[in-house]
Every structure is written in C-alpha cells, then in structure tokens.
Design a protein around this ligand. Structure first.
Ligand code: GDP
Ligand code: MN
Length: 401
C-alpha cells in the first residue's frame, strides 16, 4: 500500500526525524491562505500524488507570496501530472502540501528496501540525492551505498555511522545522521514496510539535516497487523477496476491490449499473455482468479474484464486441480448467463474432470453463441486472436478502406 508524502512526513516526524512544518490544502484559495498563515518568507507547493518526478514535471514549486502560492496551486489542481513514473495520461492532483522551504546546501538519498538477494532489508544511500536513484544505479552503480540489516538485530549503530561517513558527513553530523537512519530502519521493520525513501534528505546552509520528501510503501500482506495504517489508504489514486477486483479477491492488473485473460495461477497467467502475444494479440489485462474459482468469483471476474471497453475477446485458461474443471465450467456458464458474453470467449480447460467440463460447455453453446472451446493453449490463442479481429467492436474501430 502506498501513502502520500504528507502522511509519510507525519509518520517520520512522530519518530523524531526532522521535517519542515507543512499544511495540506485542497484548493488554490486555501493554498494562498496557508501561505499567509504559515508566515515563512519562502514556501514550497507540492502536488500529493502516488508518483515521483514531481519536481521536473513542475509540480514542486518554490513560492514567495500568497498570490504566487495560489497561482502555483491553481496550475497543479487543474493539470494532470505526467512524469516518467506515471503513464502518458498522468494523474489528477487533489491535494497539495504547503511547506516551509529550506535553504539546501546538499541533497542526499537515503532509504530502505527489501533486498531479495540477501534475504533481508538493506539501507540504500547515495551522496547525490534529489535525482532519480534508478538513473544513478544504472549509470554509476558504485555511487550507491548498500548496508544490509541483520535479520534479527536490525540496523546496528556502527553500520549507521559507517553509512554517514561514506556519505561524507563529518563531526557532529555523523551521529545526527546515524540517529535518523537508525530511526528509519526501526520504522521500516516495525511497520512491515516494503520501501521507505527520503529523497532528498538535505543538509541546510545552517547545518541542519532535514527530510524534505518522503515515500513509504507498506506490505499489503502485513496490513492486518497495523489497523491504524490501513486508515491511511487513499483509493482515489488507484484504477477503480483494480479496487473492485481486490475486494473480490481477484488479482487483476489492467493492461492496454484487447484480449482479456482469465486464468488461475500467476505463472499460468503470464504464460497465457506470452502465447497471446505470440499469436499477434495483445493482452488487455492480467487476471488471476486463484486456486478455488467460485461462481461469484468467475462472474465478478467477467464483469470486471468486460467493463474494459478495449476488450474484444476473452481467453479463459484454467488448469483444474484444486478446483475441478466441471466446477469451473459450471461457474463459466453461470457467468455467461448473468453477464452475457457480448465478445468472443475461448475456453481452454485442462485437468481433473476435463471431459465432463467440455460436455457441459458444448451443451451450453446454444445459450452462449460467442463461446468456443479450444484443444490446447496454442489453439485457444489462435482462436481468440482470430475471433477478436472479427468481433463487431474491432470492425467499428478499423477505418473504412
Ligand atoms: P519529487 O521530484 O517528486 O521527488 O519531489 P521532491 O519533494 O523530492 O522535490 C524535488 C526537488 O525540489 C528537490 O530535490 C529539491 O531540489 C527541490 N525542493 C523541494 N523542496 C525544496 C525546498 O524546500 N527548498 C529548495 N531550495 N528546494 C526544494
Ligand atoms: Mn523526491
């Protein structure tokens, strides 16, 4: 689960990480008023969206008067933010942070993330903050400092001081930075984070160390242990279909092709998408209905898939193991009756009771005329790509010759 910068700043402030004072607003007028009320000569207006790269996109702006703050806010609230971390369609901005600006002497990157290769969390730090860490990692990997956490003891004081020195801190700054890093590592472990990132952590001209941006992601599987964190969730930034799918326990990710997939198992779903591509189609989604496909799950899956207007055909690829093929066939037929298959649907089933399932689907074909049964996965992909090319919505989208 992602949270906004302003929420992350509040959490960091609570554990003693210095953060400039800030306020959250939802209108341009309120931004002007906040500027006046805060009373700092220079402030920064920042769009609150689940994507970075705001600075370069013009969605982090230093302002020196209330009218300037209002104008910056007006621009951000009326434009979608597009950055390398968003799609080309960008994200709408609903909330803005108005924070006291700081006089930056140096910017650092400091964060923690899961390090799968080391099977623990690692500190990631870099003396050149403020820029995209992915770019630094690609172009100058030696500039990135990594320090793995002990799986039981967490980050040790000597490790935090070592990172401080490698980053170039000296004198009293070594311990000031080390304390920040130790707090951050404790926070990461206590809250089951998958990512914590301060980019940039700055040293000001007066020698203060402050976090002026913050990103925190939590492991969804551990959220049940932190009910107060679940309350921070902002669904307005997530695709509504993905939210619906999550509520039905379906693993759904929308893609930009035209062949929808309904599959049980993530590996099978990926293989299915590959085979669709191999036969010249493009997957419209990734949908893993999981091991035990129920009637309700299948119906909701079809509703979700078919409410995507790009979809011109559905490939159902199910391996009936825990859920037997005949149960799945019954669920598919039920889904067809309830939702109505307006687009071609090709079904490939394999596994326990497959013969019975095929008989059931064949018997239902008069009710569901767009349904086809495939012999194997290649046959299924070939059939759905051909059928989708001929489906009425596809013809409507093809310009007349
Ligand atoms: P991001 O681009 O989405 O990561 O947004 P950030 O909050 O990291 O801001 C981007 C950049 O704006 C920072 O790296 C700084 O260079 C600059 N910036 C942000 N806040 C301040 C501030 O208070 N003072 C100054 N001088 N620059 C700031
Ligand atoms: Mn940043």
């Amino acid at each position: 689960m992602k949270i906004h910068e302003y929420q992350a700043r509040e959490l960091l402030a609570k554990i003693g990480i210095p953060v400039p004072p800030a306020q959250i607003v939802e209108s341009a007028v309120a931004a002007g008023q906040a500027f006046a009320a805060n009373g700092f000569p220079v402030q920064v207006v920042k769009a609150q969206v689940f994507a970075g790269g705001r600075g370069k996109a013009g969605f982090v702006k230093l302002v020196q008067s209330a009218p300037e703050a209002q104008a910056a806010a007006e621009f951000m609230l009326s434009h979608r933010m597009v950055s390398p971390q968003t799609g080309p369609e960008g994200i709408a901005v609903k909330k803005l942070l108005i924070a006291a600006a700081v006089d930056i002497a140096h910017e650092y990157y400091v964060g923690l993330a899961l390090d799968r290769a080391k099977a623990t969390a690692s500190v990631i730090a870099c003396g050149q903050g403020g820029v995209e860490i992915e770019t630094v990692a690609r172009e100058r990997p030696a500039a990135i400092i990594r320090e793995p956490l002990h799986p039981l003891l967490g980050l040790q004081g000597f490790q935090a001081r070592k990172v401080a020195i490698e980053l170039g801190f000296s004198g009293k700054h070594v311990n000031v930075f080390a304390d920040i890093l130790l707090n951050l590592a404790r926070f990461f472990l206590q809250h089951d984070c998958s990512l914590v990132e301060i980019n940039p952590l700055v040293c000001t001209k007066e020698g203060r160390i402050l976090a002026i941006d913050a990103k925190v992601n939590f492991d969804d599987n551990a959220l049940f242990r932190h009910p107060h964190l679940a309350a921070l969730k902002d669904d307005s930034q997530t695709d509504p279909l993905e939210i619906r799918a999550a509520a039905a326990n379906l693993n759904y990710i929308k893609l930009d092709g035209e062949i929808a997939c309904l599959v049980n198992g993530a590996g099978l779903a990926m293989a299915t998408m590959d085979v669709i591509q191999l036969h010249g189609g493009r997957p419209a989604n990734f949908l893993d209905v999981g091991g035990g496909v129920t009637d309700e799950g299948a119906i909701e899956a079809f509703r979700i898939i078919l409410s995507d207007e790009n979809v011109r055909g559905v490939l159902v690829n199910i391996f009936g193991g825990i859920a037997r093929c005949d149960r799945i066939a019954a669920a598919l037929i039920q889904a067809g009756r309830e939702v109505g298959f307006a687009t071609p649907v090709v079904v490939r089933l394999e596994g326990t009771n497959v013969e019975k399932a095929r008989e059931m689907l064949s018997a239902a074909r008069h009710e569901l005329p767009t349904l086809q049964i495939a012999d194997d996965l290649n046959d299924a992909a070939r059939k759905i790509v051909a059928a989708a090319g001929k489906s009425p919505s596809a013809a409507a989208l093809t310009p007349a010759q």
